[in-house]
Ligand binder design. Structure first.
Ligand code: ADP
Ligand code: MG
Length: 257
């Protein structure tokens, strides 16, 4: 048998909160799984919203990404099998202390990369859900990943935050991970009725010289309902505009990676 290919690792990062990083990780993960891909999602946020949204109670998790990063526990030993054919490396509030512990360690940015290596042949795609910061945990994600997706609400596209994140990416590429590629900005919370949103969308790709993924993800109330039942919008609201948009983005990503 031919050796299995290693999973493509994609980080979803943006140092701002509330930009739909976690929603996009859960939804794209579900879309990849629907298309028959073996998917692992990694929750790198101490708030554990991804863990919660996949139906796992962070308070009852025995071991988590924190134990992997700080305690040397194998990734395979903390993986939880979730609905929709998705595997999860869960987070808990313990992770809030990991940054401080890692700061005193040599090669602290490489811990996640080397931990994930042990399971990379078991998956086709690994998505990393970052916390809203550019600290050691996010640097670990950018070091482990081959690709970066920047979720960004359309009304925020004009702000300076993207520049700051791209500066960090430049440093990561220079020092930690030459292979990191910015796949693009994923426009989220898109209000198609607003002319402003459309104008900003047209302008932003040019300004930063990075691709803008398509289609934009529409703003819909359906997203608020999904995490409460531990499933993504792709199964709670199969035919909604939001589910359709994430499926389309997932399909074009699969063609590109
Ligand atoms: P982040 O991980 O960047 O902090 P979240 O994915 O947690 O962002 O999303 C922030 C909030 O926005 C959540 O309450 C989520 O349900 C909501 N949300 C995300 N995407 C959409 C959307 N397309 N339409 C409406 N609400 C959304
Ligand atoms: Mg989040």
């Amino acid at each position: 048998m031919a050796p299995k290919r290693k999973a493509t690792i994609i980080a979803l990062a943006n140092q701002k909160g509330g930009v739909a990083k976690t929603t996009s990780v859960a939804s794209l993960g579900a879309a990849f799984a629907e298309q028959g891909r073996r998917v692992l999602l990694v929750d790198l946020d101490p708030q554990a919203c991804l863990t919660f949204s996949l139906g796992v109670d962070p308070d009852t998790v025995e071991s988590s990404v924190h134990d992997v990063l700080v305690g040397g526990v194998e990734v395979a030993d903390v993986i939880v099998h979730c609905e929709e054919g998705i595997d999860l490396v869960p987070s808990t509030i313990d992770l809030a202390g990991a940054e401080a512990v890692l700061l005193s360690r040599p090669a602290r940015e490489y811990v996640l990369q080397s931990a994930l290596d042990a399971v990379r042949r078991d998956y086709d795609i690994i998505l990393l859900d970052c916390s809203p910061s550019l600290g050691v945990l996010t640097l670990n994600a950018l070091t482990a990943a081959q690709g970066l997706i920047i979720p960004m609400p359309c009304e925020m596209l004009g702000h300076r935050g993207v520049g700051q994140l791209l500066d960090t990416v430049r440093d990561v590429k220079r020092i930690l991970n030459k292979k990191l590629k910015v796949i693009g900005i994923l426009p989220t919370l898109f209000d198609g009725r607003s002319n402003h949103a459309r104008e900003v969308l047209d302008d932003v790709g040019e300004r930063y010289g990075i691709p803008v993924l398509s289609p934009p993800i529409p703003k819909t109330v359906r997203f608020a309902e999904a995490p409460a039942v531990g499933r993504s919008i792709l199964s709670t609201s199969r035919t909604s505009k939001g589910a359709k948009a994430y499926r389309e983005v997932a399909t074009s990503l699969l063609a590109a990676i």
